[in-house]
Ligand binder design. Structure first.
Ligand code: GLU
Length: 324
């Protein structure tokens, strides 16, 4: 037995040595980067979770990483420029980028490809309790964080402002803080309200509501109804009561879906392996964030997607019988 052990150790040593010398030649790892969002949002967990499953694939040379980014619009621009291979983007931003509308007016990106839909994302307006804000209209004259350029919430908030006939001057302050900075700014009384298009529950709203008395504000009225009627990617949604401290009632607002996107030129096998990693381990994936708990595979591959499916994703979904 003893001799056996020594032999095994010697062999291990030899292998390690061989690997060390030959690694520049043998290593043919393919690195992929997924664009996410702020670290207290849900996109960051989407990207980290996909990478965790991709990096555990056996016999795979794909190495995945998912850094924090500015959000949806920044992710699509990163995919376009080649800085990112894939990314998470709101369904409204996906639609606008593919069709060249909204923020992407006149700049359609026909190479954009959908991979799957993830969780729902209500437009979430959170106001300090002492700000006197109880409705959307109460934002006039207040200090509002309308989001960093590049974020999905900035994009959606601009749609709301257009629908209301508002400009940045409508507010006494229109700050552009990153998603991860908003909760502290609200707690420190540097802003009266923050806007976040995000899945629930999430770390950012949790952070804000546990450090200051703050209320989720309903978004309704003719301007919002008009948006939901006009655009296919908006729908009325409810943020359930009881998810956050001091917010026990359901709150009606409107929302989009988080989607996972890439571009046509990303290798078919990379996308196939990535979706396989997620859907072969779907129960594990769903446990990685409470916002994923109600996800259903067949809805994820058919709803909220306006760009065509990437062929690597379509191949896997066909194998599973989810699409024709
Ligand atoms: N919807 C946000 C955006 O597009 C990100 C939300 C999140 O990080 O979960 O920028």
């Amino acid at each position: 037995m003893k001799r056996h052990a020594i032999t095994a150790a010697a062999v291990t040593g030899l292998l390690t040595g061989a690997a060390m010398f030959s690694s520049p030649v043998v290593a043919q790892e393919r690195f992929i980067t997924i664009g996410t969002g702020g670290q207290t949002g849900v996109y960051y967990v989407v990207g980290q979770s996909i990478c965790r499953l991709v990096n555990r694939l056996e016999d795979s040379d794909i190495k995945c990483n998912a850094p924090s980014t500015g959000g949806s619009v920044a992710n699509i621009n990163g995919i376009k420029s080649g800085a990112l291979d894939m990314g998470v983007a709101q369904s409204d931003v996906q639609y606008q980028a593919y069709n060249g509308t909204g923020t992407f007016d006149g700049d359609a990106y026909p190479e954009l490809r959908a991979v799957f839909r993830v969780h729902g994302e209500p437009l979430t307006l959170l106001a300090r309790a002492d700000s006197g804000i109880e409705t959307l209209d109460d934002l006039e004259g207040k200090r509002v964080n309308i989001g960093n350029p590049g974020s999905g919430q900035r994009n959606t908030m601009e749609e709301v402002m257009d629908a209301k006939g508002w400009t940045e001057d409508t507010f006494s302050l229109a700050s552009q803080l990153d998603a991860a900075e908003q909760a502290a700014a609200l707690a420190d009384n540097n802003i009266d309200a923050m806007v976040y298009v995000v899945g629930h529950p999430n770390g950012s709203i949790q952070e804000a509501t546990t450090t200051v008395d703050a209320n989720l504000i309903p978004l309704d009225g003719p301007a919002i109804e008009g948006l939901v009627e006009e655009y296919p990617y908006y729908s009325e949604v409810v943020i359930p009561g009881g998810l956050y401290k001091g917010n026990d009632e359901d709150v009606t607002t409107f929302g989009v879906a988080a989607t996972f996107v890439t571009k046509a030129s990303v290798d078919e096998d990379i996308i196939y392996q990535s979706v396989k990693a997620v859907f072969d381990n779907f129960d594990r994936f769903k446990r990685l964030h409470p916002a994923f708990a109600n996800l259903k595979e067949e809805e994820m591959v058919t709803q909220g997607l306006s760009a065509p499916l990437h062929p690597g994703a379509a191949r896997y979904y066909r194998e599973r019988g989810w699409i024709e």
